[in-house]
Design a protein around this ligand. Structure first.
Ligand SMILES: [Zn+2]
Length: 98
């Protein structure tokens, strides 16, 4: 009986949610077959969860594309030294013995 209900609400089913997650980057890059893309698109229009997911992924893609510049080696070295110092200054909290 639960299954009947699931079928009727089939458009927001977990399987398509999974597909959206798996193919999200292809979807954004327009690299999916038309039919498949349409299917995902219809689902995304109906499914709030996937809509948010796609929107956030688009933001991330735009952000990372805009920001992608290799870090110069000198900076990386300094960062590593800083990190080491930071780690030495803040050793893992030792468990107090009662
Ligand atoms: Zn979904």
């Amino acid at each position: 009986m639960g299954k009947e209900l699931d079928k009727r609400q089939g458009i927001v089913d977990g399987d398509t949610c999974e597909e959206v997650k798996v193919f999200a980057s292809d979807y954004i890059d327009n690299e999916l077959p038309r039919n498949f893309k349409l299917r995902l698109k219809n689902h995304i229009l109906e499914c709030k969860k996937c809509r948010v997911f796609i929107r956030e992924l688009k933001e991330v893609v735009r952000f990372s594309k805009g920001l992608y510049t290799p870090v110069p080696e000198g900076v990386r070295c300094r960062l590593r030294v800083l990190l080491k110092k930071e780690m030495q200054a803040n050793p893992v909290i030792r468990r107090k013995r009662a």
